[in-house]
Design a protein around this ligand. Structure first.
Ligand SMILES: NC(=O)c1ccc[n+]([C@@H]2O[C@H](COP(=O)([O-])OP(=O)(O)OC[C@H]3O[C@@H](n4cnc5c(N)ncnc54)[C@H](OP(=O)(O)O)[C@@H]3O)[C@@H](O)[C@H]2O)c1
Length: 317
């Protein structure tokens, strides 16, 4: 594994991290989830990305992670970097989920109980909710850190204006933002234009999510929609309507470039993200050990020639 320093901090993260948004819930096979977590850790993937609502049902990915941690990895806690987040709905109801102080602090406590952890390495505000003042959310993060519930604070998906404000407030409170998490892939490059520069300038590291566009940047959908795919599952967040002919055509052309480089489309898509030195870590998802180990091989990817980079750019633009 290769590790990158997270912004201006003393923390290093693996360039590939494992996220538990899908495939680790109570509806999923526990044995596969456990195998993926152990394979990841044995491969040097020491950063695991959670959130209160990951499942389904919401909360169950943290329970799965907690069980594996307790039964298999308890001796290794200090070798792991574990994140969680709050801000999306855990349930429908007045306090079910936003970025208020009440939700963040109560959620953090509930996440600690589910995982059995004493503390998270980083706790994120999962989103700017459009209502809660950034001051309130950042004060909650500061208090979460000061109370020992988490070692560092992070933000996710904040629009540029609120992102800048969050960095300023956290810096003033002497709890600088360790890491900022944004969606980024060959199929979604908005964050690189809107958010990465602000993060890098403020000294925040960057973790990116859905680097394979939830599977669209793999060979999975090149010949139809397999029954065991995220797009086909009722519990998946990838909608059938997102699997468009245009995306599949682009994926086919990218797949040809990957083949000419001797790698899979998924491996090339991950290696391409890591060409941006501002990115600290790419948080991947996986539904099998086979996918996970194949994707981890992106670390051994050959470099990109200028011709390959401009060809890729012409396809994704
Ligand atoms: N901050 C936020 O708001 C936010 C939002 C979303 C995600 N995240 C984080 O980012 C993590 C990753 O997101 P993601 O799961 O969308 O990432 P992703 O890596 O873009 O998609 C993962 C999915 O792609 C498919 N896949 C992966 N490797 C494959 C391969 N080699 N061949 C074929 N298919 C492959 C699998 O889908 P199948 O199930 O179809 O096999 C897998 O579940 C999450 O777990 C979470 O921790 C954060």
């Amino acid at each position: 594994m290769e590790y990158r320093r997270c912004g201006n901090s003393g923390i290093e993260l693996p360039v590939i991290s494992l996220g538990l948004w899908h495939n680790f819930g109570s509806v999923d096979d526990f044995g596969t989830a456990r195998d993926m977590l152990l394979t990841a850790f044995d491969s040097g993937v020491c950063h695991f990305d959670l959130a209160n609502n990951y499942g389904p049902e919401p909360g169950s990915a943290e329970l799965t992670f907690g069980k594996v941690l307790r039964d298999d990895l308890a001796a290794h806690r200090d070798e792991m970097f574990i994140s969680s987040k709050a801000g999306h709905d855990m349930w429908l109801g007045v306090y079910g989920g936003n970025s208020s102080r009440k939700n963040l602090i109560a959620s953090c406590d509930a996440s600690l109980r589910r995982t059995g952890l004493d503390y998270f390495d980083v706790f994120y505000s999962h989103r700017y909710d459009g209502v809660t003042p950034v001051e309130e959310t950042m004060q909650a993060l500061v208090d979460i850190v000061r109370s020992g519930r988490a070692l560092y604070a992070g933000i996710s998906k904040y629009p540029p204006e609120q992102q800048e404000k969050a960095y300023r407030l956290l810096a003033e409170a002497k709890v600088p933002c360790l890491v900022s998490q944004y969606r980024y892939s060959m199929f979604d490059t908005v964050a690189a234009k809107d958010n990465f520069g602000l993060a890098a300038d403020s000294g925040s590291g960057i973790t990116v999510f859905s680097p394979l566009a939830q599977g669209l940047l793999t060979d999975k959908y090149l010949h139809g929609i397999p029954a065991d795919s995220r797009a086909a599952k009722s519990t998946g967040f990838l909608q059938l309507s997102q699997v468009t002919d245009e995306k599949i055509e682009k994926a086919r052309r990218l797949n040809d470039i990957a083949a000419s480089r001797g790698q899979s489309l998924a491996q090339m898509a991950l290696a391409w993200i890591l060409t941006d030195p501002r990115v600290t870590s790419v948080i991947i998802g996986a539904s099998s050990v086979r996918q996970l180990t194949a994707n981890l091989r992106s670390i051994d990817s050959p470099g990109f020639s200028p011709e390959e980079l401009s060809l890729i750019q012409s396809i994704i633009d």
